[in-house]
Design a protein around this ligand. Structure first.
Ligand code: GNR
Ligand code: NI
Length: 165
């Protein structure tokens, strides 16, 4: 099975759109989630935001399991920072910024609220890699990218390199 979704690459301006909340929990949402999962697995990512495949709705898929068989779906995710003093630095990569890794520091003590594909609400305190990944993906829904955390000199250099491709 294969779909037509392609991952947008920086500096594509469509990556800067702010995604709309999901209001209909129907079959088409489920289909999009499964298509995104396929793209994520195909490209060896641990997460994917709908924005990256040019669908501007607040939907994220993540699989941080070793066996790549524990998909998680997050609809309309939001987080609250519990303790701003506690942060974590991790070398992040992004399918929309291929070939670049950057150390990014983010809060590591958050409460996450989201809905599942049926519209049911959940609240949890993520830990480890999920804390990093969900924040990276929520940034995408806000039109924000990894490159926004680096200096403008470095960002311009990345832009030049990726524009040549
Ligand atoms: O595959 C991915 N790996 C990754 C590593 C560290 C922090 C975040 C990520 S997400 C990334 C896939 C991606 O671009 N998701 O938006
Ligand atoms: Ni990304």
């Amino acid at each position: 099975m294969s779909n037509n979704l392609k991952v947008l690459k920086f500096p594509d301006p469509r990556l800067r759109k702010v995604a709309d909340p999901v209001t209909k929990f129907d079959k088409s949402l489920e289909n999009l989630a499964n298509d995104m999962l396929e793209v994520m697995y195909r490209e060896d990512g641990i997460g994917l935001a709908a924005t990256q495949v040019n669908k501007h709705v607040r939907l994220i898929v993540i699989d941080i399991s070793e066996d790549r068989n524990k998909p998680q779906f997050f609809v309309n995710p939001e987080f609250e920072i519990l303790n701003t003093d506690s942060s974590y630095t991790f070398e992040e990569g992004c399918l929309s910024v291929p070939g670049f890794n950057e150390e990014i520091t983010r809060p590591d003590n958050i409460i996450l609220k989201w809905q599942d594909l049926k519209g049911k609400s959940h609240t949890d305190r993520p830990s480890g890699l999920l804390t990093v990944c969900i924040q990276h993906e929520i940034d995408h829904l806000e039109g924000k990218l990894m490159v926004d955390y680096v200096s403008s000199i470095k960002r311009d250099r990345i832009k030049k390199k990726l524009s040549k491709k």
